[in-house]
Design a protein around this ligand. Sequence first.
Ligand code: MG
Length: 225
Amino acid sequence: MPSVTLRGTSSPIVVSKIICVGRNYAAHAKEMKAEIPAQPVFFLKPPSAILPDGGTVLLPPISTDLHHEVEMTVLIGRGGKNIDEHSALSHVAGYGVGLDMTLRDIQSEAKKKGLPWTLAKGFDTSAPLSEFVPAAAVSDPHALEVELRVNGAVRQRGNTSSFIFRLERLISIVSIYFTLEEGDVIFTGTPEGVAQTVPQDMLEATLRTPGGTQLSSLTVRIGRA
Ligand code: MG
């Protein structure tokens, strides 16, 4: 079963679903020529899409335009349904960084035809995930920097203080429709700077505190399926 690790715990945590938020930074919505959403847009990746730190993202032959989207990730520790905003953060076990790898050409085609994004977003290796740091070690999840370097050069940098929808609201809204379970992972949306990445690239994603302390990191290579 696909699993993730939470720092300080000995056994891996089995992931039951991966919920992703489509647009959660205004600057990214603008670069995609999309409106700032009034309600969050959600989509899913299957747990089989998880790629651990150090792995290789495998570009399927159907696509020639693989994009990176660096995102803060949330690991749910305690499940629930109809969770209210006031208690939402108490359901979080940890925070990490992930890459919402996207076949942009396949996604654009799907958008045009009104078809689902499943293939563009959920292919094997499309969900690289770092180790999670315990929530207790993070004083404010809305003051964290996410950064992506490609071959050493900074490509994306954002701060979770710029979220359109804060975590309390995301967890509360999503739990109306999807019962949250221990081991669920939420991708919280990408800042601006999404771009193409090609085989042989090395991607390094980091999550840092306001003081610059690294909380978690993730390194993957790009290859071909
Ligand atoms: Mg994304």
